[in-house]
Design a protein around this ligand. Structure first.
Ligand code: ZN
Ligand code: ZN
Length: 120
């Protein structure tokens, strides 16, 4: 399980929407890195190395995690504004109904990072 930090763009520090890799294999959000290149910076933001090529390729591994993060655990709909489970913050749902329906399966996996829920 990847930490939330790994899903953040090192430039914008926000969760990435369209993760892309530079030729040096660093991952950024496409919007951030394209803006960076537009200002004439043809260097790697993370290391200051110059880039031979500003080609960007999609980081499919992170893209898949992002899709999973934003997919309703109950009905598998990809959501633009997912509502996260307040218990674990790891799964999301379209609405309360999906959350209620899925709770039977989810309750055993729903734990806060530092604290275990006690289900009665
Ligand atoms: Zn749903
Ligand atoms: Zn949960």
């Amino acid at each position: 399980m990847l930490d939330l930090i790994d899903l953040r763009c090192p430039i914008s520090l926000k969760i990435m929407k369209d993760p892309v890799k530079t030729v040096n294999n660093f991952t950024y959000d496409r919007k951030s890195i394209e803006k960076w290149f537009k200002t004439g910076n043809f260097i790697e933001p993370m290391t200051g190395q110059s880039l031979n090529d500003i080609e960007l390729t999609i980081n499919t591994e992170i893209a898949n995690i992002l899709v999973q993060r934003n997919t309703c655990s109950n009905c598998n709909t990809l959501l633009q504004k997912p509502k996260r489970c307040s218990g674990c913050n790891r799964v999301c749902y379209c609405n309360m109904n999906c959350q209620k329906t899925h709770w039977k399966k989810h309750k055993n996996n729903c734990t806060r990072e530092n604290k275990q829920h006690v289900h009665t």
